[in-house]
Design a binder for this molecule. Sequence first.
Ligand code: ADP
Ligand code: MG
Length: 327
Amino acid sequence: MIFMQSAGAGWLHEDADIMGTRISVELFHANPELARQGIDTVLREMRRIDTGMSPYIETSELARLNTSAQQQPFKTSKELFSLIRRSLEFSEMTGGAFDITFASVGFLYDYRNRIRPDETQRERAAALINYRKLVLDPHSGTIAFSGPGVHIDLGGIAKGYAVDRCISLLQELGIKQALVTAGGDSRMIGDRWGRPWSIGVRDPRNEDKLAAVIPLRDVAVSTSGDYQRYFEENGIRYHHIINPGTGDSARELQSVTIIGPDATTTDALSTSVFVMGMEPGLELINRMPDIDAILVDQKGQLHYSDNLQPAKKAGNGVKASAAPITH
Ligand code: ADP
Ligand code: MG
């Protein structure tokens, strides 16, 4: 996603590299001290969530859960427990397309070093993927794995969750106009100089080109694409969004953008719809009254959920909807 305007006077803007991705905060408050406090609060919160939920930090709560829950129930923080519970709701909602235990296969890939499992390794590891193997006990606040070889990775939902947390903290500070982005996940509150925020969905095969431009107000938006972390081998693209059924990268679409009320939901759904593919994906979104979607297929063609059909008609060259989408 690309944000179109640059910040004006009175706005603060800061970028940082946290959670293995680019974090960006833009906000306005008439009191410059409070505005500065808003920026610092967001960066601190992003670091806090990364420290707890990164699978790469050995001491993170998530890493400790992964090593302990094979043997015995692991007592988690309320926060991790509820995010995992939320993840399971998305698994149910998407027929298992969203599955945080995809990590049983996921850890066999190293996109930067062009490493992937061979077919036998992949099939063996894919057989371990099943969110139903996570046993959550709300009374004791523990999580256990009911089989061997289960691993969790929250990469499909944690950034959206972090964005939502940051927006809540900004609202508590009294900030009413802000945009918080973590990689492909963003949420904005209020407007920008009385005008909606304008976001561009990039062309998945050309980072300098836009596939669509949409005006937004008070919403979250997430994009999942096959161009963020990938390598190609014999013309096949191996990327970071995994079909839990096969353990292989999902290849029906090039990108999925979801617009909805909160970033935890849009993050999980963008990953899910990417895995589900066009027809089942759009069908799911069209059943959800407050969610919209823009899909880019393998030919680079755009497909819109029912609520966005007017946006499609308004297009000239770059497609844009006339009225801002708001929730
Ligand atoms: P990004 O992390 O680039 O913002 P996404 O939101 O699409 O992109 O999430 C992709 C991440 O989600 C992967 O890097 C991985 O950590 C995780 N993931 C991959 N496949 C699945 C899946 N089927 N279900 C849940 N999470 C997944
Ligand atoms: Mg996602």
